[in-house]
Ligand binder design. Structure first.
Ligand code: PLP
Length: 378
């Protein structure tokens, strides 16, 4: 089995598309989609019995997911996506005037909105700590955060940043928060399946992460991990029949919805097992590092984060320093050439954030490199 070539057939990606953006929405293997469809058929065949049996089946899914994240099943709820996980926590907590909610300048836009919304309603404030970019070392990130911690009410941290594709020294950052007695919500949207995780050892108050990105689950599959001493105060966004059962059961069945993505997750885990989680991560990280270096050479730029702070994502500056205002134009122009890669406006410039996944081939990145040069020289 040659990864990149043979693996491509296992996915439903359009044959003419260079999908260099696994990061945004993932890509789901055909066998997981088939399993999801089978669950849908079962649901429609006998809807009442299906829903009655759902609770046990969902807990079975959670018990298969938990060990892969270093978590206990009773600390893990299923949610649709990391955005929902973040909002469930932020909207469960009670803030008061003067509270300071801290995050960083690399925060994901939707999470920034959620923080601002809860803060404004309570008369609290949001502080975005500037983290240098380009970045030189994990210590720089920890130092920037630590300076903002005294007196903070809550910290929201990325495990892997969205605009800049950086893997943060999450353990050191969580420890810094704990030393100051500040509760911490980890936005691990990109982490499951992408980097090794041990949520029990991490010990953050709350962590949410997507399974539909790097764990190959069907879209709409994510988890929310809540440390035991925090569980009593966390409720789902939609309050439903199982509220009094408490976390995590209160999250499992909140009204009528399509459970097929969650129920098909074991097929995604089987796909990961077939490849081997560690081998897969090593393959993706190596491919990403090589292609980032090759693109950087081709474009005459420098990769802005050290290899130790990257995994299977890398954000590169565009040749000739394309201003942030032209990011959307570049993205659309690349789409016109059937190349899908995020062109991210960040810190006044446009960055191209590549992903590496098992279905990708080096030639796809080379085509991106040439296309960017041609478009910018036009
Ligand atoms: C850091 C971060 N947080 C949250 C999200 C949101 O993920 P979702 O759309 O699955 O909720 C993303 C998506 O890319 C992300 O990168």
């Amino acid at each position: 089995m040659i990864w990149g070539v043979d693996m491509r057939r296992r996915f439903a990606i359009a044959p003419d598309l260079n999908l260099l953006n696994h990061g945004s929405f993932g890509s789901c293997p055909r066998e997981v989609l088939a399993r999801q469809l089978a669950w849908r058929d079962a649901m429609e065949a006998d809807p009442i019995a299906f829903m009655e049996a759902a609770r046990g089946r969902l807990r079975d899914v959670v018990s298969q997911v938990a060990p892969r994240l270093g978590a206990q099943p009773e600390d893990l709820a299923l949610v649709e996506n990391a955005t929902t996980g973040v909002s469930a926590v932020l909207r469960s907590l009670v803030f008061k005037p003067g509270d300071r909610l801290v995050t960083t300048s690399h925060v994901y836009g939707a999470v920034r909105n959620a923080m601002r919304w809860v803060a404004e309603r309570a008369g609290a404030t949001v502080v975005e700590v500037p983290v240098p970019w380009p970045v030189e070392s994990p210590e720089q990130v920890v130092a920037a955060l630590t300076a903002a911690l005294p007196g903070a009410r809550l910290v929201v941290l990325d495990w892997i940043t969205s605009p800049t594709g950086m893997v943060w020294p999450i353990e050191a950052m969580v420890r810094a928060c704990q030393r100051e007695g500040v509760p911490v919500l980890v936005d691990a949207a990109h982490a499951p399946g992408h980097v090794p995780m041990d949520l029990d050892a991490l010990g953050a108050d709350w962590t949410t992460g997507n399974l539909h990105k790097w764990m190959f689950a069907a879209k709409g599959t994510a988890v929310l991990h809540v440390r035991k001493d925090r569980q009593a105060e966390i409720v789902p966004l939609a309050i439903s029949h199982d509220l009094d059962r408490g976390f995590p059961l209160s999250f499992d069945q909140t009204a009528t919805r399509d459970l097929s993505s969650w129920l098909s997750t074991p097929a995604a885990l089987a796909f990961v097992d077939e490849l081997g989680q560690a081998d897969l991560q090593a393959h993706n990280n190596t491919l990403c590092a090589h292609m980032a270096d090759e693109l950087a050479d081709m474009w005459g730029v420098t990769v802005p984060a050290p290899p130790t702070m990257r995994a299977a994502l890398a954000a590169l500056p565009t040749p000739g320093d394309v201003p942030a205002e032209r990011a959307a134009w570049l993205h659309t122009a690349l789409q016109g050439r059937r190349i899908e890669v995020p062109c991210v406006p960040f810190a006044g410039r446009t960055w191209v954030r590549i992903s590496a996944q098992v279905y990708n081939h080096p030639d796809e990145y080379r085509a991106l490199g040439r296309a960017v040069l041609e478009l910018l020289n036009d």
